[in-house]
Design a binder for this molecule. Structure first.
Ligand SMILES: *Cc1c(COP(=O)(O)O)cnc(C)c1O
Length: 496
């Protein structure tokens, strides 16, 4: 049946792929990692002739070992269809000397759709395979984009309910509108008086509370996670790196085997970890350029070897990256420790008790392929303006963090020749105020929807359906709760 998944904190805790998807988090609080990462069994040249769906199948069948071909094709075909407003699913464009993989053509115009449009299918298929009769309750903490993408994916999916927590004052107005107007009957959305880390910590606490799990089970419910700690999100994200690489082959820009760099605007470390997994499956990547905003814990980690979350949390113009605890980094730590669960568990214990940990010299050496840097808010605005001035292409604030850090990487390393794939993680329509005022400060007096119309004129890109549908939608979710009350409101939502 193929390899199993194992907890990063206890190598005795194993699960099949479908069990790992259902659970989200391992019982010991660790993350599930594959026992081995298989190499692609088909050449990139051949993949370059395939559609997104076909590439997805070739990648996912190797990682999700207990799913049948038929099950996987059903999930993939249901997810990557006309919900996407571009038939390529991920168009790769050339601007500013870089290949920009536009990952935002799904329903909620952020890259989270790439995984969250398939996760509900993977999860309901996994439930069937494992004879789960309970209703699955998806608990999600969001820095803005995961929330709506998960709501859109799970809305009215039979056998599931979904509760989303976002930082009340920590998301963009458009992000908040998208979430609080969600119509799905099985959905619940609450703002919390705290930041993203508080939301994530609250959700993790609910997951690892055995009494709560028992209470739920008695009423026919069980929790799962739509956050990027779930391997059901990580695996679909590997696909678009391999797809983008093979599009460069198809376009004659590189040959099969040529090395590329990837630059990723990073928060919870899920997206860039997927790029790393893609390279372990055989995609030739030289450097992983990890781009942070002013919450630059990862930059400090890559430069010093110490991860230290004890610092001020800064609200920036790239809110989906306003994070001090990058959960998925744990999977990389585990790997650079030589898949040593004990060592990883000790470091994670330090992180939760002291808010910091340091890695040893051998682990540091194993990080050789990673480069970290960060962009300040002023630099982000300048970069948006610069890219727009060059050829009229408008990027969002998160993508701009990656573009700016890529420029810094080149200046620092003099590596001007390696082609780069930049993960463009959101449509500029999601962050119109920051984007438009970066281009011209005079826009600041306009309303959010005036800015939407102006952006459409400026960029000649049609206003996405995701924006049109919130223009005058009714606000349906008005709960705001204290971070201590998250469990209470979830119970109310479930009627227990
Ligand atoms: C979630 C998100 C990120 C960060 O991705 P991670 O996988 O959490 O590192 C970057 N940009 C946008 C627009 C996002 O929504």
């Amino acid at each position: 049946m193929g390899f199993l998944y194992r907890s990063t904190r206890n190598s005795e805790e194993t699960a099949t792929a479908s069990e790992a998807i259902l659970k989200g988090l391992a019982d010991d609080g660790g993350l599930f990692v594959p026992d081995e990462i298989p190499a692609m069994d088909i050449s990139f040249e051949e993949l370059s002739k395939m559609s997104y769906r076909e590439v997805a199948f070739e990648v996912m069948k190797l990682m999700l070992t207990d799913f049948s071909d038929e099950e996987l094709r059903y999930c993939i075909n249901s997810a990557y269809d006309s919900k996407f407003d571009n038939e390529l699913i991920v168009p790769v464009k050339y601007h500013h000397g870089a290949f920009i993989a536009e990952l935002f053509h799904g329903k909620t115009i952020a890259f989270k759709d790439m995984a969250l449009s398939i996760l509900p299918y993977l999860m309901t298929t996994a439930a069937k395979k494992n004879n789960i009769k309970n209703e699955i309750v998806i608990l999600t903490a969001t820095s803005g984009d995961t929330g709506k993408a998960a709501l859109a994916g799970f809305a009215d999916v039979p056998g599931t309910r979904i509760a989303v927590f976002y930082p009340k004052n920590g998301v963009s107005p458009i992000q908040e509108m998208q979430m609080v107007t969600e119509k799905g009957k099985n959905t619940f959305v609450a703002g919390i008086t705290g930041n993203f880390d508080d939301a994530q910590t609250g959700v993790k606490k609910m997951f690892s509370d055995p009494e709560l799990a028992k209470e739920l089970a008695d009423k026919g419910f069980q929790f799962s996670s739509a956050n990027s700690i779930n391997i059901g999100r990580l695996v679909p994200q590997i696909v678009y790196y391999i797809y983008s690489y093979t599009r460069l082959i198809a376009a004659g820009r590189i040959n099969d085997g040529d090395k590329v760099n990837v630059a990723v605007p990073t928060g919870n470390f899920g997206n860039i970890l997927a790029a790393y997994y893609a390279s372990l499956m055989g995609m030739p990547v030289d450097r992983f350029i990890c781009a942070s905003n002013d919450n630059k814990v990862l930059y400090d980690f890559f430069t010093t070897g110490t991860y230290d979350r004890n610092r001020e949390f800064i609200l920036t113009t790239s809110p989906s990256m306003d994070i001090l605890i990058s959960s998925n980094l744990e999977r990389l730590i585990y790997r650079i420790a030589g898949n040593n669960a004990e060592q990883n568990a000790a470091l994670m214990k330090q992180l939760s008790e002291e808010g910091k940990y340091s890695i040893d010299d051998q682990m540091k050496k194993n990080l050789f392929h990673f480069y970290g840097n960060y962009a300040t808010q002023d630099e982000v605005a300048k970069t948006i303006r610069q890219v727009y001035d060059e050829d009229g292409y408008v990027i969002d604030t998160h993508t701009a963090v990656a573009v700016n850090v890529y420029d810094k990487y080149k200046a620092e390393t003099k590596d001007y020749d390696t082609p780069v794939i930049i993960a463009s993680t959101a449509s500029p329509y999601k962050f119109t105020r920051s984007v438009m005022t970066a281009i011209d400060p005079a826009y600041d007096t306009s309303t959010d929807f005036q800015l939407v119309d102006e952006l459409s004129k400026l960029s000649a890109v049609k206003i996405p359906q995701a924006i049109e549908e919130i223009r005058d939608a009714e606000v349906r979710h008005k709960t705001v709760c204290d971070k201590e009350d998250m469990t209470k409101v979830v119970k109310e939502f479930l009627g227990i």
